[in-house]
Ligand binder design. Sequence first.
Ligand code: UDP
Length: 144
Amino acid sequence: MIDHMFGKITLSIIKPDAVQKGYVSPILYKIVHAGFHIIAIKITELSKKSATKFYAEHKKKLFFESLVKFMSSGPIVSVILKKENAVKDFRILIGETNPVHAKKGTIRNLYATSLEKNAIHGSDSNQNAIKECLFYFSNREIFF
Ligand code: UDP
């Protein structure tokens, strides 16, 4: 079961913009180099329905429709990462949501295109991390 990993895992998605531009390899290199262990990985594509479900918390936001369209526009790479303080440390590694404000050397600073097409996702809480990991992966696909 995944529950015993609370606090030690986070869910990341390399978004369609970064996959399309060929950034999967440099992004994964940077993540592993920062001390995260890949315990599940897949290349997949979200339907509009799945993207709507995944971003349900933003349903009322003005950017929602465009975000759903973008996230279902091409392949993504979803990854479960293991590390102590995974959620917090990963948010630091990827940088601010808006790449204009992302610190130099962060993944969004290096690889994002825009506020919407910001290259990468990272869970925002330990609880959401578990939920999001189970959104993309079955227990059989996760290697602790
Ligand atoms: N987003 C957007 N416009 C905004 C804010 C966010 O298009 O004004 C997109 C962006 O791709 C972001 C995602 O919606 O990564 C989810 O937003 P959230 O505030 O949860 O940011 P995150 O947790 O991804 O940094």
